[in-house]
Design a binder for this molecule. Structure first.
Ligand code: PEP
Length: 248
């Protein structure tokens, strides 16, 4: 069985400017060579800048959302083919902020992941429970229910899918799941994935939620954590570079 790839993916969220991106991209582009796959997921208007700045480097570019449809009357949406034209190779789907603020359901997230795969993008399927769900003992059931609509695409395309476990209570809050808490959920996710498709044992399962240079190494050394999805710290070049080296 192939071992899962190790990834560090930056999620810039709705941050950046042409000037600040230029400095950040120059620094990230200069990262030391390693086997860790690195990507930055920028807001749509900056994809062209990211493509030009990272061209010829091994840092991949990505987006933070994709439309579930291929083309047509979907005002404000962006298709997978458009993302590919701007050099994107990965795309986040089902980030908790989109589930929360845009009402995205797990069925819609699965449709977006399928659209990403159909256009040659790697979908990073984000799952995670709220604090209320965790306190009620529903963390695993929540994550299992979020993954369930993706079963068909996991069964057919697991080699091209990445999963990110991001407990909602840890995103942007400074509260990180302890390495043991994160590992327990990652092991559960691995069990869920392999129950759907045995070869899904090689799906990379990333942890996200207030990962910093200071806690990355311990999180990433857990057996079922294959790297991280990084929000705030991906906007600070020195921090992002330190997190990449912690994953190596
Ligand atoms: C995220 O937005 O995916 C994230 C993990 O954010 P942060 O690292 O800031 O918690």
């Amino acid at each position: 069985m192939t071992k899962p790839d190790r990834w560090v993916i930056g999620n810039w969220k709705m941050n950046g400017s042409l000037a600040s991106n230029a400095d950040l991209l120059e620094a990230v582009r200069g990262k030391p060579e390693s086997s860790v796959k690195v990507a930055v997921c920028a807001p749509f208007p900056y994809l062209n800048q990211v493509q030009r700045a990272l061209g010829g480097s091994d840092v991949q570019s990505g987006a933070q959302d994709v439309c579930e449809h291929g083309s047509g009357a979907y005002t404000g949406q962006v298709s997978g083919a458009m993302l590919r034209e701007f050099g994107a190779t990965v795309v986040l789907v089902g980030h908790s902020e989109r589930r929360q603020f845009n009402g995205e359901t797990s069925e819609l997230v699965a449709a977006k992941a399928a659209a990403a795969l159909a256009t040659g993008l790697t979908p990073v399927i984000c799952v995670g429970e709220t604090l209320t769900q965790r306190v009620a003992g529903l963390a695993e059931a929540t994550v299992a229910a979020q993954l369930a609509p993706c079963a068909v695409l996991l069964a057919t395309s697991s080699a091209r899918v990445v999963v990110a476990y991001e407990p909602v209570w840890a995103i942007g809050t400074g509260k990180t799941a302890s390495p043991a808490e994160a590992q327990a959920m990652h092991a559960f996710i691995r069990t869920q994935l392999t129950a759907i498709e045995p070869s899904a044992a090689s799906v990379s399962v990333l942890y996200g939620g207030s990962v910093k240079a200071s806690n990355a190494k311990e999180l990433f050394s857990q057996p079922d954590i294959d790297g991280g999805l990084i929000g705030g710290a991906s906007l600070v070049a020195a921090d992002f570079l330190a997190i990449i080296s912690a994953a190596g």
